[in-house]
Design a protein around this ligand. Structure first.
Ligand SMILES: [Zn+2]
Length: 102
């Protein structure tokens, strides 16, 4: 006699997460740092400046968003490091994994 097949166990949903993400317009310095780890010699504090706004300790990470059109020249502050120097801005994304209910 063939026993009834057991139902597969229901996956335990104890690790439901989602990615929060924010589109950013970032300065040339940030773009080089994000894309190629290039730290401009006149901006040694760049990683710390970014970390003040998007703390790695809180899970934030920034990635370049290639393929999206950049906004071009603007005087608006860089949304990644906070620099208020006018200049070209490039698209990037800040994201982190979030766990609802925690
Ligand atoms: Zn910047």
């Amino acid at each position: 006699m063939i026993p009834y097949a057991k139902k597969p166990p229901t996956p335990v949903q104890n690790h439901r997460s989602r990615f929060a993400h924010h589109p950013l317009e970032v300065c040339e310095d940030c773009n080089g740092w994000i894309e190629a780890d290039i730290l401009p010699h006149d901006r040694p504090t760049l990683p710390a400046d970014i970390d003040r706004i998007w703390p790695k300790a809180d899970g934030w990470d920034i990635i370049a968003s290639n393929g999206m059109a950049g906004p071009g020249f603007t005087w608006l502050p860089c949304q990644c490091c906070g620099s208020t120097l006018g200049g070209l801005r490039y698209p990037a994304i800040a994201f982190r994994e979030e766990y609802p209910g925690q």
